[in-house]
Write a protein that binds this ligand. Sequence first.
Ligand SMILES: Nc1nc2c(ncn2[C@@H]2O[C@H](COP(=O)(O)OP(=O)(O)OP(=O)(O)O)[C@@H](O)[C@H]2O)c(=O)[nH]1
Length: 332
Amino acid sequence: MSDHLNERDRDFDVTGVAPSGPLHGNSPEGFRSGFVSFVGRPNAGKSTLTNALVGSKVVITSSKPQTTRTVVRGIVHRDDAQLILVDTPGLHRPRTLLGERLNDLVKTTWAEVDVVAVCFPANEKIGPGDTFIVNELAKVRKTVKIAIATKTDLATPEQIGEHLLAIAELGRTTGTEWAEIIPVSAVGGSQVKLLEELLVGLLPEGPMLYPDGELSDAPEEAIVAELIREASLEGVRDELPHSIAVVVEEMALKEDRPADKPLLLIHANLYVERDSQKGIIIGHKGARLREVGMAARKQIEAILGTPVYLDLHVKVAKDWQRDPRQLRKLGF
Ligand SMILES: Nc1nc2c(ncn2[C@@H]2O[C@H](COP(=O)(O)OP(=O)(O)OP(=O)(O)O)[C@@H](O)[C@H]2O)c(=O)[nH]1
């Protein structure tokens, strides 16, 4: 028996999901990879800068790559490096114990990334909000910190000069060692490339952590299956950590489509072990499965660069984890 839902809503913008854990190990000698987080007060220009860096190279954005606390916003793929831009939770002035705990969490997350880049908009004076963030960041000793003067197109050269001095001074008063202080305009495109070079230079040597745009090493079906699995586990990871397997039954371009309007048809089965798990995956009147389908589709589209029609079926394969025959069938 199978339930299935065709997911038709195509009205949203594209992002993608990061497969969990390293996927691609064959990286050239001297390859660098690591995580960079942009922080700063609201409106500092973090998102715009992320987009400017990632540009058309957006391959993956998602939730839960290495830790459950960071969200991948985009990845810059280069021949010599992979720069993974992550969001870390925002820091707040603590008013309660919970607030303090949250801030501790933020600091733990900052300690897990390789570089924290603080954004200070050049058209605004450095204020108490900035000072608070930098003071807290200073306590995270081992993470490399850089300062970015953002939105330089909105400031005069004199203002930018003063701004850079103020950032350096803030570093001194808070005991923060800026590895770099760099002025950038994400909108004007000025110095974005230089920022990329500086960031790559600050990353440790390491393997490629996510598949590159060409998906050269892993069959596309496997990646598609992994993306669907990730989406289906979103929010129910504790209930169904390993009970889901995904098999892509069919993946083909729809025939009779104009060359400039391709559509990739994907039929996939989602296997769970028990009826109760099926209910969790499908949700009330299929609502959850629809969300899973939409999330997975967006991610697949972002990776493969083609509009996708995703058809998902949920099936029960009793105790598939313990049955070698089932396991083989499911590709394990
Ligand atoms: N002129 C100019 N405007 C910019 C630049 N970068 C960002 N902006 C604008 O500043 C505003 C805030 O930018 P965001 O990138 O959303 O800022 P953010 O730090 O991600 O904001 P939050 O999500 O609120 O934390 C937007 O209206 C952007 O268009 C820049 O380099 N030049």
